[in-house]
Structures are given as structure tokens and as C-alpha cells.
Design a protein around this ligand. Structure first.
Ligand SMILES: Nc1ncnc2c1ncn2[C@@H]1O[C@H](COP(=O)(O)OP(=O)(O)OP(=O)(O)O)[C@@H](O)[C@H]1O
Length: 345
């Protein structure tokens, strides 16, 4: 296993700059998700790391070994020791599970302990070794695909939207099993996805891409609670954006005084997550408003409130006890709030 260092990498297709001066470090044993909308360059970045494409500028290194760029001849994909898990259809349909997992291990490995070890690692029963891919669910197939990529002990594993063809419940259980398997084998891994929940829930670090560029790379909670700009904020979740006036560590806005993640001065835009807006049902502390709409999801609910000054504010609160449309409520902000300089008019 090794770390991955991408330094100033650019790749164009004609006039399209698919990957634009991207720099990213994934430490040894770390799981990084690359998150971004369709067409932002995620797959191109993964293919550059795998060696299916060569960068026009910049370099890619596994540990201390430069595999592309910096004037060295790109190392071919087969010698990079990279495990690649695509969206679906990765398994050989005519081979059983054992033969699929043993594919990269050389002759005679089909019945080896390594196959049993890999099945155990991806939490599949040992007797699945005799099944063919069409006798497995989509989630089980993706676990076998991961087992196959991990069997030869790759330097790193790349996963290209590996859960996108699975339905919601299978997606959650499969992705968690994959996460555990990567952690147990201390594998350096990069997963690309356009799914915010997947990116935030699985990763040690999230790298957010937009139009070929890497716009933020940080822990999931930093990306969610302190996004680098309002566009990232809107992409990774719902946000209440209010104008405010900052003075050092605090700012005033329609929701009263809030505490900032970083000191600021003057006119700012404040990014507040709906879960940070506390709806007080029993006291009259906070800013008064009237409930316009409640969307009940069971585990929680979204409450749309109109403040007395007319400002609309969204709150996300527990579904156990919630207000009804028309109720008077009082709102206050909990936790730290990120301030941005307002965009130039
Ligand atoms: N072979 C190619 N020839 C020309 N343009 C390409 C090629 N592959 C990708 N592109 C373009 O490069 C940009 C980045 O594509 P890429 O597939 O890396 O994005 P992505 O973020 O992985 O998208 P998706 O989530 O839809 O798979 C897009 O504008 C795409 O149209």
C-alpha cells in the first residue's frame, strides 16, 4: 500500500479542460471521496491515476515513486498495482466467484486461502465461492469486485461510482461493508461519486471538484459545516443563506446573533445549515416566526418558517415532536456559522 500524491495535474479533451491543475494528497491507508456534479472531471482524474490516460502537465506519485509526469515515461496501468472497481459489470460472467477473486493472483490460486480471506474481508459467506455472478445480488457482485481488486494487495484501490446501480437500502449496506473491508486491510482508496451522502458518510477526506478544479479538500464535517464557498455549501446540502453584519467572532442577522467559524468584519453572507436552526416549541426565546410548511420524513422533518420580518428560514428537526403549519415558534442558531464576503453585484 502507498500514499497517492497528485500535483498540478491537467488533462484536456480538445477545448475541454476535464482536469484543471488538480493537487491532492491521499495519505497511506486513507479513504478519500472525490465529490462533484456530472461532467466535473472525476472519472478523468481516476483514469489518470490508474494510468489509462496520461496528464499533459503535473505529476502523479505513489509513495515516493512517480508514475506519471515530471518528465518520466508514464508507468503502464498493469505495473501500477492499482485495483479498479467500476460502476457495474466488472465480474467475468463465465467464471465463478473464486475464479473472479483469484483472477489477478496467478495460476492455481482459485482454491487458495486468499480467496477465503477476501470473501471474509468483504463479509460474504465462504460457500459463495462456487456461485456465478448472475447468482448474486448487485450489492454482492460489487463486494466480489472489491475482493478481486484487493486480492493482489494493490498499492491503492480506485472506485468509480461503485454503488450507483444499487437501490437505496443495498447501497447503504454495501458501501458500509466496502468501507469496513478497506479499513481492515489498511488500503489507500479513492472513490468518486456525485452523491453527497455517500461522499460524506464514507470518507476520511472529501475532495470537492467543480468544472475540472479541486475546490476544497477536507474532512467530511469541515466540508459540510465550513464549505470553501457558497457553491460548495449548496452542493453538499441544504443551506440557509442570510445577509449579516460581522464584527470579529460574531455576526448579526435576521436570526439574531451568531458565532462565526472565523472572525470577519462588515457585510457578509452567512451560511447556516437547517439542522443548526433550533425550533423552540416551549419557550419564547429567540426570533419569532410562523410555521408555513412541515415535511415529515419519520426520522426527522423539515420545517419552513417565516420570521416576523418576512425572512424565510428552513429548519431540520427531530420528527418525534414537531410544530404544525400556522404555529408560532421561536428560532435560534446553534453551533458555528460560516461567513462569506457577499458576491460582487
Ligand atoms: N473521451 C473524451 N473525449 C472528449 N471529452 C471527454 C471525454 N471524456 C470526458 N470528456 C469530457 O470531459 C469532462 C469531464 O468528464 P468526466 O467523465 O471526467 O466527468 P465526471 O465528473 O466523471 O462525470 P460523470 O459523473 O457524469 O461520470 C466532461 O466535460 C466530458 O464531456
Amino acid at each position: 500500500m502507498s500514499s497517492l500524491t497528485i500535483t498540478g495535474v491537467t488533462k484536456r479533451y480538445g477545448a475541454t479542460v476535464a482536469v484543471d491543475d488538480v493537487t491532492l494528497h491521499v495519505p497511506h491507508g486513507c479513504f478519500t471521496t472525490v465529490l462533484g456534479p456530472s461532467g466535473c472531471g472525476k472519472t478523468t482524474l481516476l483514469r489518470l491515476v490508474a494510468g489509462f490516460l496520461a496528464p499533459e502537465s503535473g505529476s502523479i506519485a505513489f509513495g515516493d515513486t512517480v508514475v506519471a509526469g515530471d518528465g518520466v515515461r508514464p508507468m503502464p496501468p498493469q505495473t501500477r498495482r492499482v485495483g479498479y472497481v467500476p460502476q457495474e459489470g466488472a465480474l467475468f460472467p463465465h467464471l465463478d466467484v473464486a475464479a473472479n477473486i483469484a483472477f489477478g493472483l496467478g495460476k492455481g490460486a482459485r482454491g487458495s486461502d486468499r480467496v477465503a480471506e477476501m470473501l471474509d474481508l468483504v463479509e460474504l459467506p465462504a460457500d459463495f465461492r462456487h456461485r456465478r455472478p448472475d447468482e448474486l445480488s448487485g450489492g454482492q457482485q460489487q463486494r466480489v469486485a472489491l475482493a478481486r481488486s484487493l486480492a493482489p494487495q494493490p498499492a491503492l484501490v480506485l472506485l468509480d461510482e461503485p454503488f450507483s446501480s444499487l437501490d437505496a437500502s443495498l447501497r447503504g449496506s454495501t458501501s458500509r461493508a466496502v468501507r469496513r473491508a478497506l479499513e481492515a486491510s489498511n488500503t489507500t482508496a479513492v472513490l468518486v461519486t456525485h452523491d453527497q451522502n455517500e461522499a460524506l458518510s464514507l470518507a476520511d477526506e472529501v475532495a470537492v471538484m467543480r468544472a475540472g478544479r479541486l475546490v476544497q479538500s477536507a474532512t467530511p464535517s469541515q466540508v459540510y459545516l465550513s464549505p470553501s464557498d457558497p457553491e460548495v455549501a449548496a452542493f453538499v446540502g441544504r443551506a440557509v443563506v442570510l445577509p449579516g453584519t460581522a464584527s470579529g467572532a460574531h455576526a448579526r442577522c435576521a436570526l439574531g446573533e451568531v458565532v462565526l467559524t472565523e472572525a470577519a468584519e462588515g457585510e457578509v453572507s452567512l451560511m447556516i445549515r437547517p439542522e443548526q436552526v433550533y425550533v423552540d416549541l416551549s419557550h419564547d426565546e429567540g426570533v419569532r416566526g410562523t410555521v408555513d410548511e412541515v415535511s415529515y420524513y419519520g426520522h426527522d422533518c423539515a420545517v419552513q418558517v417565516r420570521l416576523d420580518d418576512g425572512t424565510p428560514v428552513l429548519s431540520r428537526m427531530s420528527g418525534v415532536r414537531h410544530p404544525s403549519p400556522g404555529d408560532t415558534v421561536h428560532l435560534r442558531v446553534t453551533g458555528l456559522v460560516r461567513a462569506y464576503r457577499p458576491a460582487a453585484p
